[in-house]
Design a protein around this ligand. Structure first.
Ligand code: SAH
Length: 374
């Protein structure tokens, strides 16, 4: 059979069950799957012939139908604070971004799940790029593969610097449910990256039915992009709120870790000057989170071109945080990292072939507004 390179199966995106299936269909024992996963993810191999505990005949058999095809690195840069950003080029020319944030005791990798985003949150630059498509499993786990491999050049793959993964890059992970869950399973698998469930976090804008579904099948940590303490404001900042309002969202959060008393939902709250950062908002937030096992991450807003929003000043952020803490809500202010290389929260734009024509519509709208003013 003649196969072009890209019609070969990509082993990079297979979880343990799928890999076992692959080997069983080849007439091989299923423990081969564990060996293959270890080669690919633990040793960072992308050449089937490097799998030296497989016979040459087996390697040739695998190579004739499959390959390990990671996405490409189009560009990378490091900020003065050590934050590293990769622009990852996909086979169709779209690009997504992945960010590594080193800290004293951990290293967090921020991974993208979609090319662009359809949710269009008003303060997020990814949303302004429009949407192209969901990432495949190999493209999601491929970001981890690339990061771990390049960060371990000196340390060896198994002693790598990625201790945490957050699905907080471009896109809404719950709108690419199967591929995201599959990729997170590979992150957790001991034959792959062996991360603990508390160190892999999915962040969502609040898609209630998908959150309930996730709870049934995955044990990873959960973050919710809350950003507003009442529906009126949240409808503007996070428009998906019109579909799943705060009452429903909070009910789901309340029950999310019901059987696990020491686990909390992380509430992300971007601090926008004069919009959601006033004492009255803090009071509403305290009331909203009553009975919800939650901790709050305040995120200083990261500006991007043409945004109408501004970052709250430090005193306002501190005051807001003190009010929450006085009400016994666990609250931290997230440090802004990697801003110099546009790698901070909400600054990831990649290169999106926008199929929603959002940019075009936005341009028309602003042209109309200008004409009306004239
Ligand atoms: N769609 C998912 C994953 C994105 S996570 C979600 O909404 O949770 C990225 C986090 O950064 C979210 O909490 C998002 O709301 C926040 N964010 C977006 N734009 C931002 C900006 N300009 N400044 C600071 N945080 C921002």
């Amino acid at each position: 059979m003649i196969t072009t390179q890209n019609s070969k199966m990509n082993l990079l995106g297979l979880n343990r069950a799928a890999m076992q299936n692959f080997f069983t269909e080849l007439g091989e024992k299923s423990y081969r799957a564990e060996q293959a996963l270890k080669w690919i993810h633990f040793h960072g191999v992308n050449d089937i012939h490097a799998m030296t505990n497989f016979s040459k005949t087996l390697r040739e058999k695998i190579s004739s139908i499959a390959e390990i095809r990671p996405p490409e690195i189009a560009f990378e840069s490091t900020a003065p604070d050590g934050t590293h950003k990769w622009v990852i080029k996909l086979s169709d020319g779209n690009c997504v971004e992945t960010v590594y944030i080193p800290e004293k005791t951990r290293g967090t990798l921020c991974v993208s799940s979609q090319v662009g985003c359809i949710l269009n949150c008003d303060f997020c630059s990814t949303g302004k790029q429009g949407f192209s498509r969901n990432l495949e499993s190999a493209e999601i786990i491929g970001q981890v593969w690339i990061a771990v491999r390049s960060l371990s050049e000196n340390n060896g793959m198994h002693d790598h610097a990625v201790t945490n993964v957050v699905m907080m890059g471009m896109g809404e992970p719950l709108l690419n449910f199967d591929n995201v869950v599959n990729s997170m399973n590979i992150m957790l698998d001991d034959f792959c990256y062996g991360l603990s469930k508390r160190r892999v976090t999915l962040s969502t804008a609040g898609l209630v039915p998908a959150m309930n579904q996730l709870r049934e099948i995955s044990d990873v940590a959960l973050a919710v992009s809350l950003h507003a303490p009442n529906d009126e404001l949240r409808n503007v900042l996070v428009p998906i709120n019109k579909k799943y309002p705060l009452k429903e969202l909070m009910q789901t959060c309340k029950e999310y870790f019901k059987d696990q008393p020491r686990r909390y939902v992380t509430m992300e709250y971007v601090m926008l000057a004069g919009i959601n950062d006033q004492p009255e908002h803090a009071k509403q937030l305290i009331a909203l989170l009553k009975d919800v096992p939650a901790k709050v991450n305040l995120i200083p807003f990261n500006p991007f071109p043409n945004t109408i929003y501004r970052r709250s000043d430090q005193d306002t952020i501190d005051h807001f945080r003190n009010m929450l803490m006085a009400a016994h809500i666990n609250c931290i202010t997230r440090k802004t990292r990697g801003q110099e290389i546009d790698a901070a929260c909400g600054q990831l734009v990649g290169q999106v072939k926008d199929r929603t024509r959002r940019i075009e519509r936005l341009q028309k709208k602003s042209a109309r507004a200008t004409t009306e003013k004239i």
